[in-house]
Ligand binder design. Structure first.
Ligand code: ADP
Ligand code: MG
Length: 320
């Protein structure tokens, strides 16, 4: 199977045709119509085998996650997903692998009505780069720079599940049904696109939590020129997480510094919190207040009645 047969078979027939596609896969460029009253939001993320996921991860989960992490970025800006491109580097044109990969990819694409409109296919170490494009009303994007002292800091869903799942997979622990739930959070994150769009009109700033809460919140603090206080006891946990975390200290570390949550961290004026929580109830998604923005710079955590400074360390490339 050569490159073109491969593209034809696995990528050309996207199950999600999308809107505004004047010309999709098959020419030198895709032609896309951005509605005249919208701003285009663009994001790119790369997943490298062995670095961003274990090489033995099922191909369908890799396909899902490659799109999910990009949708999560669109969600964090309150953008509506429209189109994406896929640059794929593969050691071999493995048909079984490609069939599973595209099944995961196309399933999530269909759920979010985002269309695959082009890409590039090369031979090399396994690497997947997606660029996702979305539309947003001008001046409605949720930037990192809008947080104000006094804002409530909120997160969607629960924190720490994916990091604990990875730790349990890497250990020799006997896996339980709770592990299956956690593994789903690691391998099939649900990007919070609907939540982002609902909260776009209410929040002052947002980021998606991909490198760990402390590290990602710190990006908001840097951009907004303020600090934050967090309450350790408020960090939301799933039942599976509570059942499987080894001890309280480790649980807290995973929730603050573990990666791959793909939840949204949002700053909201206090008088809008109830309305935001109400809106997310309709999406069946909890929104938990975990602290507040302060004028004083730095990140502080209250744990067991005591305050301490919190480092923002998350996963960083190019650091040893
Ligand atoms: P070119 O040589 O002009 O870059 P290619 O031969 O790389 O074109 O690709 C042919 C067509 O297939 C293009 O429309 C391109 O966008 C699309 N394409 C290539 N690889 C992929 C892929 N992995 N997923 C989706 N579309 C792809
Ligand atoms: Mg090309």
């Amino acid at each position: 199977m050569d490159e073109f047969a491969l593209i034809q078979r696995f990528f050309a027939a996207s199950p999600s045709p999308g809107t505004g596609v004047e010309l999709g896969i098959g020419d030198d460029c895709a032609l896309l119509r951005v509605p005249p009253d919208k701003t285009l939001a663009v994001t790119t993320d790369t997943l490298i085998g062995g670095r961003h996921f274990p090489l033995e991860t099922p191909a369908c989960d890799i396909g899902w996650k490659a799109l999910a992490v990009n949708l999560s970025d669109l969600a964090a800006m309150a953008a509506e997903p429209r189109w994406f491109t896929l640059a794929l580097s593969l050691p071999e044109p493995d048909e079984a692998w490609l069939a599973a990969f595209t099944q995961g990819l196309h399933t999530l694409a269909k759920a979010h009505r985002i269309a695959l409109v082009g890409g590039d296919t090369t031979r090399g170490a396994l690497s997947i780069t997606l660029t996702a494009l979305g539309c947003i009303d001008p001046h409605r994007a949720l930037r990192r720079s809008g947080a104000e002292p006094g804002d409530a800091i909120c997160v969607t869903g629960t924190l720490g599940d994916a990091a604990l799942a990875l730790q349990r997979l890497q250990s020799k622990a006997d896996l339980t049904t709770a592990d299956v739930e956690l593994a789903r959070r690691l391998n099939r994150p649900e990007p919070r696109v609907a939540a982002g769009r609902v909260l776009g009109a209410l929040a002052s700033a947002a980021i998606d939590v991909s490198d760990g809460l402390a590290a990602d919140l710190d990006h908001i603090l840097e951009s907004s020129g303020c600090g934050a206080e967090l309450e350790a006891e408020s960090l939301p946990r799933s039942a599976a997480f509570a059942a499987l975390a080894r001890d309280a200290d480790e649980a807290l570390t995973l929730q603050l510094h573990g990666g791959d949550d793909y939840e949204l961290c949002l700053c909201l004026p206090q008088d809008r919190v109830a309305q935001a929580q109400d809106a997310l109830t309709r999406l069946d998604l909890p929104l938990t207040v975990i602290g507040q923005i302060t004028q004083q710079p730095g990140l502080r955590l209250r744990h067991a009645g005591r305050w301490r400074a919190l480092s923002s360390r998350g996963y960083r490339h190019f650091t040893s």
